[in-house]
Design a protein around this ligand. Structure first.
Ligand SMILES: Nc1ncnc2c1ncn2[C@@H]1O[C@H](COP(=O)(O)OP(=O)(O)OP(=O)(O)O)[C@@H](O)[C@H]1O
Length: 238
């Protein structure tokens, strides 16, 4: 269980960015974080991953976890091949190479293993970054608007892939997104924040809605129902 209990977070000379923010995430749960631009969602991810420790309060339960992060930009090393980029976070043992190849197969890039990032499309680079994020078999994966810049079919395919890999590996997912469809597709639970300072305004469990098995139409239906009951989401992300 990961528990976030932030009393205050502020940058030097600024008012509080985050105040009185408390929530927990169960192991293997998939969480989407939503809220207005500039609210503090990326700041919160930095705090969860331990890059930013300058706050009052505590974030507990992530100490023993294997945490990886997937950013908006794929952040590949241009001088390394696809395979070498995936192996960046592992040793070069035969077992690691087997696992990297298996993950490249999962993301549909086994045949591109020896190509360099400059030879790949934007969607392919994201898939390499995804394979690399799953390489250490993370118990916690943090994603910050990972598919925002992609066309709809590519984004849809990558979301399905993330879901499949998280479920297969029991990975807990915390994903920042502005896209309600993405949130509903990926997550069991939506947290919606206000800004200045960032506080939690809605904690919506959609697991039971999704347990019935949602197709694309079902996802749209679910989004409409959420917006109808919680118009604050629409106001916040519009
Ligand atoms: N290193 C920093 N120094 C000073 N202020 C910062 C720093 N990083 C972020 N901020 C400020 O903190 C606030 C929250 O920023 P953050 O990037 O966390 O928001 P966000 O919710 O992720 O926004 P978006 O959805 O647009 O990506 C903003 O007002 C931003 O200007």
């Amino acid at each position: 269980m990961l528990t976030v209990d932030i009393h205050h977070k502020r940058f030097a000379g600024q008012p509080d960015v985050i105040r009185g923010l408390t929530f927990s995430v169960r192991e293997g749960e998939q969480l989407a974080l939503m809220g207005p631009s500039g609210a503090g969602k990326s700041t919160l991810l930095n705090m969860i991953v331990g890059l930013d420790c300058d706050y009052t309060g505590a974030i507990t339960g992530h100490g023993q976890q294997k945490v990886t992060q997937l950013f908006q930009e794929p952040r590949l090393m241009p001088w390394l091949t696809t395979m070498e980029n995936v192996l960046l976070v592992a040793d070069n043992s035969p077992q690691s190479r087997d696992r990297a190849l298996q993950l490249l197969q999962e993301v549909g890039l086994a045949e591109q293993a020896s190509l360099y990032p400059g030879q790949l499309s934007g969607g392919m680079k994201k898939r390499v970054a995804l394979a690399r994020a799953f390489m250490p078999a993370p118990s916690l994966l943090l994603m910050d608007e990972p598919f925002g810049s992609l066309d709809l079919p590519t984004a849809r395919a990558l979301r399905a892939l993330v879901q499949r890999l998280c479920q297969a590996q029991g990975t807990t997912l915390i994903c920042v997104t502005h896209d309600l469809t993405e949130a509903v597709t990926l997550a069991d639970r939506l947290l919606f924040f206000s800004k200045e300072p960032m506080t939690l305004v809605l904690d919506k469990d959609i697991f039971s809605m999704k347990a019935k098995g949602l197709g694309e139409e079902g996802i749209d239906h679910c989004c409409q129902a959420i917006l109808q009951h919680h118009p604050c989401i629409l106001r916040g992300i519009a």
